[in-house]
Design a protein around this ligand. Structure first.
Ligand SMILES: [Zn+2]
Length: 376
């Protein structure tokens, strides 16, 4: 919707204080001008009863390269090792085309914004991209804090290498936002240290499964078997940085921004560590993907109580049916009855904007961009 207009919803969560009921948001030239009980402009849009408006959504973790999958991978017992095997087979198939998948997904989100008059909008995505791809230039890239494009595509280039000779060169391309050292089992310490030394944002899968904790603790278990299938000479003692996720957190804390993907099995000490570093470190919870993998209950309430900055992500089409963050909010709200829904809205919008340094998103207030998340 162009020019000036006013939009009304039953409830607005501006993230600046209390909830506003039956207020209008007045927008001029895509920027919020004011909030009021009466509309400031003639052009008006009144959303249906019970509709909630929150600031634009920040999907903090996804893998758009897999967006061509129509349904999540069908894997017995949803075991991670079987899932990875199926995923690698898909990546080798003729159907897989990472640049096209990324382009289509971003285009779809952008069309959604245009066709829905700035509603249901994803302001930004933290996306893990494979190395050695060049996305088709469908969207010009703008990086924070001047991220005026919607959606703002924040691409972390994925690094995998459990042997020193697998370490890639270390320069980011202009369209890349950060680096994603993949996960403890697929990284040697030198690679992780190099990622942190690059002094750019990092996103790492950590404490994702109980099998990962077992591998860290004792160098045994299903993840060892999985890695030995890929590399018969795989040696946990030479690959792993330490005995527990905390060893990784301490190193990642040296990066300017660190996104801990999943963190499903972080212990109390690790959560306190993250809370103590909340200005630069965030955890990304992916509710439906977490459910898909049948993990133990996510310690969301505890994380928030400790003061950890929790963001929301969808994860990929390999474990969820769509990349719509509003569906993650609804799912998490039904699952975590002990967490106020406003805390989920905050995780999905303001916390994400703050974590990625998107200074013109995250709040519904004068001067902020008029892009909104809408829950019907
Ligand atoms: Zn992931």
């Amino acid at each position: 919707m162009e020019t000036a207009y006013s939009i009304k919803a039953s409830r607005i969560f501006p993230m600046t204080g209390k909830v506003l009921e039956n207020h209008w948001i007045n927008v001029a030239s895509t920027i919020i001008e004011s909030l009021s009980l009466k509309p400031a402009f003639d052009k008006r849009l009144e959303l249906p009863e019970k509709t909630v408006i929150i600031p634009a959504l920040v999907n903090a973790h996804t893998h758009l390269e897999l967006s061509q999958l129509k349904v999540p991978l069908d894997v017995p017992m949803r075991k991670m090792s079987g899932w990875v095997k199926t995923l690698l087979a898909f990546r080798r198939s003729a159907e897989y085309n990472a640049p096209l998948a990324i382009q289509s997904a971003l285009q779809c989100l952008q069309n959604n914004i245009v066709s829905n008059n700035t509603l249901q909008s994803t302001a930004a995505l933290g996306d893990i991209v494979p190395p050695n791809i060049e996305p088709l230039p469908v969207l010009p890239v703008s990086l924070p804090p001047s991220a005026s494009l919607c959606p703002c595509w924040l691409a972390f280039v994925e690094w995998i290498g459990w042997r020193k000779d697998q370490i890639p060169d270390g320069n980011l391309k202009s369209w890349q936002y950060g680096v994603s050292p993949h996960a403890p089992q697929t990284l040697c310490p030198a690679l992780l240290e190099k990622a942190v030394r690059m002094n750019v944002p990092v996103a790492m899968h950590l404490a994702e499964t109980e099998e990962e904790l077992q591998l860290l603790r004792s160098g045994t278990g299903p993840l060892l078997e999985m890695m030995r299938l890929a590399d018969a000479d795989y040696e946990p003692a030479q690959t792993l940085l330490g005995k527990r996720p905390l060893d990784y957190l301490q190193l990642l804390a040296q990066a300017p921004k660190a996104f801990i993907i999943h963190g499903n099995y972080l212990d109390d000490e690790e959560l306190r560590f993250l809370a103590g570093h909340r200005e630069t470190m965030s955890v990304v919870y992916c509710p439906r993907s977490h459910h898909y993998f049948r993990h133990k209950q996510y310690p969301l309430r505890k994380m928030l109580d400790y003061g950890v900055r929790v963001l929301l992500g969808t994860d990929s089409a390999a474990s969820v049916p769509d990349i719509d963050l509003t569906n993650e909010i609804r799912f998490a709200a039904a699952l975590h009855r002990n967490v106020p829904v406003e805390a989920l809205y905050r995780s999905a919008a303001l916390s994400g904007a703050e974590a990625f340094g998107l200074t013109d998103c995250g709040k519904i207030a004068a001067g902020y961009r008029a892009v909104f998340g809408v829950l019907y």
